[in-house]
Design a binder for this molecule. Structure first.
Ligand SMILES: Nc1ncnc2c1ncn2[C@@H]1O[C@@H]2COP(=O)(O)O[C@H]2[C@H]1O
Ligand SMILES: [Fe+2]
Length: 279
C-alpha cells in the first residue's frame, strides 16, 4: 500500500526551497555535551545562522540522529528549538533515534513524519535506512518498493530521496563500517528510475557533494554536516574536525536540476575535544 503523501500548493514552475539540518544529537539536559560540544547550543547557533540569511524555504528536512540519549525531552527540545523559524519540519530516523519514541515526541502543528512530500514539480521521499540496535544502515526491500510505487504514482515529478545513512563509502574506515551496507545495490537500483535526481543524507557529519552517473543522467549525492561535532574527512581512525557546525540549503528546480550549498556557523565558537576516540 502506497503511503499517504503530504502536498504543498506550490506552482509546478516554481523551484522548491529546502533547508536541511542533521544529526543534532540532543540530550534532555540542556547543559550536556557530546565530546566537548554542547549540542543544544550548537543547534541553536546553526538555527540562528539560518534565520539570519532569510532563505525563503518551503520547509525543513531533519535527517536523523535528533537524539543522543533516546529521551522524550530531547525530541521536545528539538521541536522547541526550531519553532521560531516558523517552517514546517519533515523528519526521518537515524541510528541514534528510537523510531517509536521519536514518533511519539516529534509533535507539533508543523512537524510531519510523512514518507512522501509532493511539492512543486517534485516528490521528496523520506526513507528509513536504520537497523534496530545497529549504528550501520540497510535499505530494506520495503523502502525500495515505496520508491518504485511513488515514482509510478507520480510519474511527472522529479524525485529527491532523503535518508540517514550514506549509500557510498566516504573514505573514513572507522565510519565506513557503519555505512548503508547494501548502498551499492541501492544506488544501482534507484539509478534505473528516471525520476530520481538526488540522494540526500546525514550520518557522516561532513560535507559530500558528488554525482553518480545513472542510466538517465547524473544523480546528485549529498551529505550534510551535523549541527554539532564534525568527523575528519578521509581519516582511517576516529578523528574530529575543527570545522564549525553547519546545514544545507537546496533549491529543486522545476526542470529537475538541484542547486545546493553547505553553510557553517561563522567564527570558532565550537571546539570539540580533539583527543576523543569515540562515543
Ligand atoms: N571510535 C569509534 N569507532 C567506531 N564507531 C564509532 C566510534 N565512535 C563512535 N562510533 C559510532 O559511529 C557512529 C557514526 O556516527 P553516529 O552519529 O551515528 O554515531 C557514531 C557511533 O555510533
Ligand atoms: Fe550522527
Amino acid at each position: 500500500m502506497l503511503e499517504e503523501a503530504i502536498s504543498y500548493s506550490i506552482d509546478v514552475e516554481a523551484s522548491v526551497k529546502i533547508v536541511q539540518v542533521t544529526d543534532p544529537h540532543l540530550f534532555a539536559d540542556h547543559d550536556a555535551q557530546l565530546l566537548g560540544v554542547n549540542t543544544a547550543q550548537s543547534l541553536h547557533a546553526v538555527l540562528n545562522t539560518i534565520d539570519a540569511v532569510h532563505y525563503p524555504a518551503d520547509f525543513m528536512l531533519a535527517s536523523g540522529d535528533i537524539s543522543q540519549d533516546y529521551s522524550a525531552a530531547s525530541y521536545h527540545n528539538f521541536v522547541k528549538a526550531i519553532s521560531p523559524l516558523g517552517l514546517p519540519c519533515h523528519y526521518l530516523p537515524g541510528n541514534h533515534d528510537d523510531p517509536r519514541i521519536m514518533r511519539l515526541n516529534m509533535q507539533g502543528p508543523k512537524i510531519f513524519g510523512h514518507r512522501r512530500i509532493l511539492v512543486g514539480s517534485w516528490q521528496v521521499i523520506m526513507l528509513d535506512s536504520t537497523v534496530r540496535g545497529k549504528p550501520g544502515g540497510y535499505m530494506s526491500d520495503a523502502e525500495f518498493e515505496l520508491i518504485k510505487a511513488a515514482a509510478e504514482d507520480q510519474p511527472e515529478r522529479h524525485i529527491l530521496l532523503a535518508m540517514h545513512h550514506n549509500p557510498i563509502l566516504v573514505g573514513c574506515a572507522w565510519l565506513d563500517q557503519h555505512w548503508m551496507s547494501n548502498g551499492s545495490e541501492f544506488l544501482e537500483l534507484v539509478a534505473k528510475i528516471p525520476q530520481v535526481k538526488g540522494l540526500l543524507w546525514g550520518h557522516v557529519h561532513q560535507q559530500i557533494d558528488q554525482e553518480y552517473l545513472g542510466l538517465h543522467g547524473p544523480i546528485k549525492l549529498m551529505a550534510t554536516p551535523s549541527t554539532c561535532i564534525q568527523f575528519k574527512p578521509k581519516s582511517s581512525y576516529f578523528a574530529l574536525d575543527a570545522v564549525q557546525p553547519g546545514y544545507r540549503l537546496l533549491e529543486l528546480k522545476a526542470d529537475g536540476n538541484i542547486l545546493t550549498n553547505v553553510y557553517r556557523v561563522p567564527g570558532e565558537l565550537f571546539s570539540p575535544d580533539k583527543s576523543a576516540s569515540g562515543y
